[in-house]
Design a protein around this ligand. Structure first.
Ligand code: ADP
Ligand code: MG
Length: 245
């Protein structure tokens, strides 16, 4: 079954048509990139899928169920994760503590004694940290980590909710190019291995072309091209409008 289907999404902000008939589908285990210049409507599209914005038209279907206009917590409970920046208040917490808290939140054990609930999720938290290459730094306060490592922990925190769809709006913003490529490779590996669908945007075109299975090109709220990296790279319209050739 199709994991995510966006059907004719429309969003207006006053006179600005931020999304105009945006349609696409995404399957489990697939990496779908949305690229386009600033202001193209990428974040708007993410926010309509994640429930942060209600579309003015169209539908969002998740595993065949209409989730259009549902609030983010409901969409999240239905298996849609996104990477959020670690809240400032948790910076003094250890890396593993942050992941344990995310597991507690996911399992709805907020009424248990915190120490008991934390202990219960220690092994699972370590497994998640190991998967993102951060197990060796489990006991460090998250606030001490390098920026790229914080991003890896944020990914582990997102995975703690066992998402079937992961929304990543510029996950590598602010990272050095080498860190960027490594994070995208990590996400792609996890997506394939755990059959998680990933919808992402990314400024680094090398990372997009290396890891996306398919690409949508959005310009002024409209999809002007779509296809495999090869097809999109060779699309004359894309070269003219977006890549500036
Ligand atoms: P992108 O993520 O591709 O850079 P956005 O989705 O953030 O683009 O923005 C698309 C268009 O919608 C832009 O013209 C932007 O100024 C406008 N826009 C986005 N969010 C809002 C908002 N909350 N209020 C008014 N205009 C918005
Ligand atoms: Mg954006």
């Amino acid at each position: 079954m199709t994991l995510l289907a966006a059907e004719g999404l429309v969003k207006r902000f006053g006179g600005v048509l931020a999304a105009k008939d945006v349609s696409f589908a995404l399957d489990a285990g697939e990496m779908l990139a949305i690229i386009g210049p600033n202001g193209a409507g990428k974040s708007t599209t993410f926010n309509m899928v994640g429930g942060q914005l209600r579309p003015d038209g169209g539908r969002v279907m998740l595993e065949g169920r209409d989730v259009t206009g549902m609030p983010p917590r409901t969409v999240c409970r239905m298996g849609v994760g996104r990477t959020f920046q670690v809240a400032q208040t948790f910076l003094s917490f250890t890396v593993i503590g942050n992941v344990q808290m995310a597991l507690i939140a996911h399992h709805g054990q907020t009424r248990k004694l915190l120490g008991d609930a934390m202990a219960m999720h220690r092994a699972e938290a370590l497994t998640l940290l190991d998967r993102v290459g951060m197990a060796a730094q489990a006991e460090r306060p998250i606030g001490e980590l390098a920026y790229g490592d914080v991003k890896r922990v944020e990914l582990a925190i997102a995975l703690a909710a066992a998402p079937r769809l992961l929304l990543m709006d510029e996950p590598t913003a602010g990272m050095a190019p080498s860190e960027r490529a490594a994070l995208m490779a990590l996400v792609a590996g996890i997506a394939r291995e755990q059959r998680i669908g990933v919808l992402f945007t990314e400024h680094d075109m090398d990372a997009v072309f290396a890891h996306a299975d398919r690409i949508l090109v959005l310009v002024r709220g409209e999809i002007i091209a779509r296809g495999t990296p090869e097809e999109v790279r060779n699309d004359p319209e894309v070269q003219r409008v977006y890549l500036g050739h």
